[in-house]
Design a binder for this molecule. Structure first.
Ligand code: SF4
Length: 412
């Protein structure tokens, strides 16, 4: 047995592609496709190469953001087949939070050290563009320093059409009210044939690209995402990554790439439309690695989603090219309602522990990747700021929630 045997097991084409990537040569979509199909020794080599590339690109720091997810309504009429979150407005468990609930949730988040709130909701038929602006103004009025990361391109599309404004003007109007960055969600797979099955009434590929590139052009950054493990092929994934890279070359507006595994248990796409039951571990880890090698040097922040992967597989992702652990979230409804069972809150001390377990250094960042705090020495870690009970709601908010419950609505 020798090291030669280990190296000899790697397909020469895969070896050439990995060599190109480590040498800084840009990979083609066909290269990405070959890597996405890697198995056995090829997969091991892919993961190792991506880990080396990560060390070159980002060093040993693993960043994370202390944030809170807030879904202001689960009422939505878009009807995506992969969604287990949306409700009809008359459903017993539909909710539509009043502004004071968003303020109270932000207050609780800030008390727990959050620098960001991530706000997204369903497409509520009775709302219009003014609702999005009111959310921003309300949260910003109460907490001027908190960064608002909000509104998917689907929500922007809906609000923009109601507004009658030019798209760039509409986005500026939201930025003026406090919008800091935009989630690059609603991307799923940027291929209209796939979208025709997973989200037939959602915005199409061209419109997604138009909204994201317009946002970038006015100085509004966004994340970039991909949802995989359902009906897509590796070719769709490779082309999706190619499109994101092209956008980034043109705008430089993506802060990171986040692969999001399909959660299958509680939705139509899996139960009635023959989708796969999510991704395998090999796909999860392999996609992180391919993203690192294919997107460099254009998008160099590759995030693992602990909500989708679970903390332990997310640690594996950190060893396969990822350099960012995402956020604490504090609450998470969209994955949970589709059947994810990895929890809704990962406190900063847990993230620090998980990062250190794989031999790396936790670093708290802002939404736009400014370093806020390094945690080089575990002995100097701050104490937990997790609450021991539900956030305290003010009298009027408590009363309003009680009234909602009586009316058949439930707080999520
Ligand atoms: S994924 Fe979003 S747009 Fe689609 S049904 Fe669910 S909440 Fe609505």
């Amino acid at each position: 047995m020798s090291i030669d045997r280990l190296l000899a097991g790697i397909d020469p084409v895969v070896a050439r592609i990995l060599d190109d990537a480590l040498d800084g040569r840009e990979l083609s979509s066909d290269d990405a496709l070959r890597l996405l199909r890697a198995e056995g020794a090829d997969h091991h080599a892919l993961v190792r190469a991506a880990d080396l590339a990560r060390a070159d690109d980002k060093g040993d720091d693993v960043t994370f953001v202390v944030n809170r997810n807030m879904n202001f309504t689960n009422v939505c009429y878009v009807g995506c087949s992969f969604c287990g979150f949306s409700r009809h407005k008359d459903d017993a468990d539909a909710f539509d939070h009043p502004m004071e609930v968003l303020v109270e949730k932000t207050r609780d988040a800030v008390a727990r050290g959050a620098t960001e709130v991530c706000i997204q909701g369903g497409i509520h038929p009775n709302k219009d563009h003014t609702h999005y602006r009111e959310i921003l103004e309300t949260v910003k009025d109460a907490f001027p320093d908190v960064h608002i990361h909000a509104f998917s391109p689907e929500e922007i599309d809906f609000g923009h059409k109601k507004s009658g404004m030019e798209l760039a003007d509409y986005l500026r109007w939201l930025v003026d009210a406090g919008l800091g960055t935009m989630p690059g969600t609603a991307a799923e797979i940027l291929d209209d044939e796939v979208r025709g099955v997973v989200s037939p009434r959602k915005l199409g590929k061209e419109r997604w690209v138009e909204i994201v590139t317009t946002a970038h052009s006015i100085g509004l950054p966004s994340t970039s995402t991909l949802m995989y493990g359902h009906i897509e092929s590796p070719r769709h994934v490779a082309e999706h990554l190619g499109l994101l890279r092209d956008i980034q070359k043109a705008t430089g507006g993506f802060t990171e790439f986040v692969p999001l595994g399909f959660i299958h248990e509680k939705n139509i796409l899996f139960n009635h439309m023959d989708a796969r039951p999510g991704s395998s571990m090999l796909e999860d880890v392999g996609l992180v690695a391919v993203a690192r090698l294919f997107l460099r040097p254009w998008i160099t922040n590759i995030q693992v989603s602990w909500v989708k992967m679970g903390p332990k597989l997310a640690q594996m992702g950190l060893m396969a090219g990822a350099n960012d652990f995402g956020g604490t979230l504090m609450e998470e409804s969209i994955s949970r309602e589709s059947g994810a069972d990895f929890g809704e809150n990962l406190p900063p001390e847990e993230i620090r522990r998980l990062v250190r377990e794989v031999g790396r250094t936790p670093v708290e960042r802002s939404t736009t990747y400014q370093t806020l705090r390094r945690f080089d020495d575990p002995e100097k870690d701050p104490p937990s700021r997790e609450p021991t009970s539900e956030p305290e709601l003010s009298g009027p908010t408590r009363w309003r929630l009680a009234e909602e419950r009586k009316a058949g609505q439930a707080r999520h």
